[in-house]
Each structure stands twice: as C-alpha cells, then as structure tokens.
Design a protein around this ligand. Sequence first.
Ligand code: ZN
Length: 187
Amino acid sequence: MLRVCKIGEEVLRQKATPIESVTDEIKQLAKEMLETMKEENGVGLAAPQVGKSIRMFVVNADDDVDRTFINPQIVKMSSDLVDYEEGCLSIPSFYENIKRPSQVTIQFTNENGEKQVLDADGLLARVIQHENDHLDGILYVDHGDAEFKKNVEETFAKRRERAEKKALEKEAKAKRIAAKIAAKKQK
Ligand code: ZN
C-alpha cells in the first residue's frame, strides 16, 4: 500500500506536472493508487496525495467503475451549485459541506493512453472536481469556511510536531545508549 500524505505536507500544495506518456510505471502507479484508495475506503485519490507531483487521479464513485484520469482538463461546468459533505484521505476524520457545480465535462487520457471525454454528474462529478483540484495544489478546505480550514491546519501541524518531537527523543535515547555501551567497552 502507498503512504497517503497529510495536509501540511508540501507536495499537496504544489502544481503537478503533466505526464508525457502512459508508461508501464504510470499504469502500475494507477493500479496501486486504486488499491490504496479502496483499502482506505476512499472514492478518489490523486497522485500528489501519494507524494507524486504528476497530473493523474483515480476514481471509483457511485457507478463502481475504476477510472484513471491522466492530464485531465475540466472543459465545462454547470452553472448550478450543489452542497455535498466532502472528506479527503489527506485530511482524515474531517468533513465539510462544500458547494460545487453539479455537472462537469472532463477531457483526459485513460490508462491505455486513449483520449476520452466524459460527462459526469452526481457523486462522480463531485469526486472529479475534488481530485482535479489536488493537481493544482488545492484542497477542499480552501473552498469552505476559513475558521474550519484554520482549525484543520492547526490540528495537523500539532500532530506533526508531536510526531517529530517523539522521533527526536527516540534518536537521542538511542545515542545515549550507544554512548554508554562505548564507554563500557573502553573500561
Ligand atoms: Zn482529497
């Protein structure tokens, strides 16, 4: 399984680069992303979320079809906005209502290197917009309430600080033990 990056990690805020050709490596990554997404009970996962700043995402929404979007471009959006409670594997345990267009048309290359056009509505349209945002370093919290975003960012920054502190303490302890052993050997 691939490790999913969490909010606060730089790669989630970068603009991802286009994929030049659909190589075996890209196909393999898409397959592993779909597996990771399902393992984590997600409906979509973008390459930057697994630390790869390239323009690809995978989706399996309400029609239960595995889809891979390479170099996608949303070419049309409906003017009506609908509310939907969004979550993100990079922001676990947080959810917020976000307004987005109900329908989109997207152009992309699939995992077989074929150019495709897809009209999507419902959950599929929602997930496509959420995942497409990831390729431009945008997270759903950017579209919502500013207080909610601040709270989320602070929560994850604190978690990261605690984890880093723990790692440093562990390292210092290992060094002390190693020094003691070395001192004993010298006697
Ligand atoms: Zn997400």
